[in-house]
Design a protein. Structure first.
Length: 301
């Protein structure tokens, strides 16, 4: 922690001192920012007092202490409960609580009606990455661009920043989209390790091959984006959908031989087969995105 905060190290309030909230507070303290903290369970915030934070007994007291207020609680319902009777007039409210796009938009309307400017945030990091400039962690922000620009430097202290638009739901939308892609990747990784588990193949020896393969495949997202924006799913195809679907049979037979359930693969394979049946064999798999859009006669059929 810096003993003499610089003139531009503005004071701020943090509501919520769980693992992530605590990491955020420590990063701001280390950069010389005076920080007021509040947590529903007061004892969990006491350790931060020894590190220089000011403890508030109530959320209202914490909010009144500073113009910039950061919220990092369990869920949107917790945010509503904590701030139910708090005067937000003139405050800059930045909500880093994980939620949905609808949560972000509703919370923005609520905060604005209460006299505050509002930013929603999606933290693309785990607590150990906070405060480490080399970790690659960042926070997605959406909502008031004026608020973001004014506090950009302060918000950048714990992690990098990515502003994704005035629509307050966009931070959560980007956050969940990225996490969903990660979940799919983890599903594939789990299946891959399951295939080798009963063989004389050490997971540690296999892991570099797996990481390298996934890294080499990652740039394909740029082609998919071009295809989606242009509406041409045949653009730049190297391995067409008909070939991929035919190859799926080998993946399924191998899983059966190895005594591994294919349940992590078959939902996507089913979509591939449906898109192929609709006459898209010369394209690649990007078109399955259309099958996922509920209300277009496919995903909800």
């Amino acid at each position: 922690m810096t003993d003499n905060p610089t003139a531009d190290a503005i004071p701020l309030t943090v509501l919520g001192t769980g693992a992530m909230g605590t990491a955020l507070v420590r990063a701001w303290l280390a950069a010389g920012h005076p920080v007021t903290v509040w947590n529903r369970t007061h004892a969990r915030a006491e350790a931060l007092a020894a590190e220089g934070a000011t403890l508030a007994r109530t959320a209202a007291e914490a909010v009144s202490a500073n113009r910039l207020v950061i919220v990092c609680l369990l869920d949107d319902a917790s945010v509503g409960a904590a701030l139910a009777d708090v005067d937000l007039t003139g405050r800059d409210l930045v909500d880093l609580t994980t939620g949905t796009p609808a949560d972000g938009r509703a919370r923005a309307a609520w905060a604005t009606a209460g006299g505050a400017r509002f930013l929603d945030g999606g933290i693309m990091a785990v607590p150990p990455m906070i405060g480490d400039a080399d970790s690659g962690g960042y926070v997605l922000y959406s909502g008031s661009s004026a608020l973001f620009e004014e506090h950009r430097d302060t918000l950048a202290v714990p992690a990098g920043t990515r502003y994704v638009g005035e629509d307050a739901g966009f931070a959560a939308l980007h956050d969940v989209a990225l996490l969903s892609a990660m979940t799919g990747m983890f599903a594939g990784v789990s299946h891959a390790f399951a295939l080798i588990r009963r063989e004389d193949v050490a997971p540690r020896d296999f892991a570099p091959l797996l990481a390298g393969w996934l890294t080499s495949m990652a740039p394909s997202v740029h082609l998919a984006a071009d295809q989606l924006e242009g509406g041409d799913y045949g653009k730049g195809v190297v391995s067409n959908l008909a070939m991929q679907v035919a190859g799926n049979a080998t993946l399924l037979r191998t899983a059966e031989e190895q005594g591994v359930s294919a349940e992590l693969l078959t939902p996507y394979m089913g979509l591939m087969e449906r898109w192929l049946a609709e006459g898209h064999g010369e394209e690649d798999g990007t078109g399955v995105v259309e099958l996922l859009e509920v209300g277009r006669g496919r995903a909800d059929a």
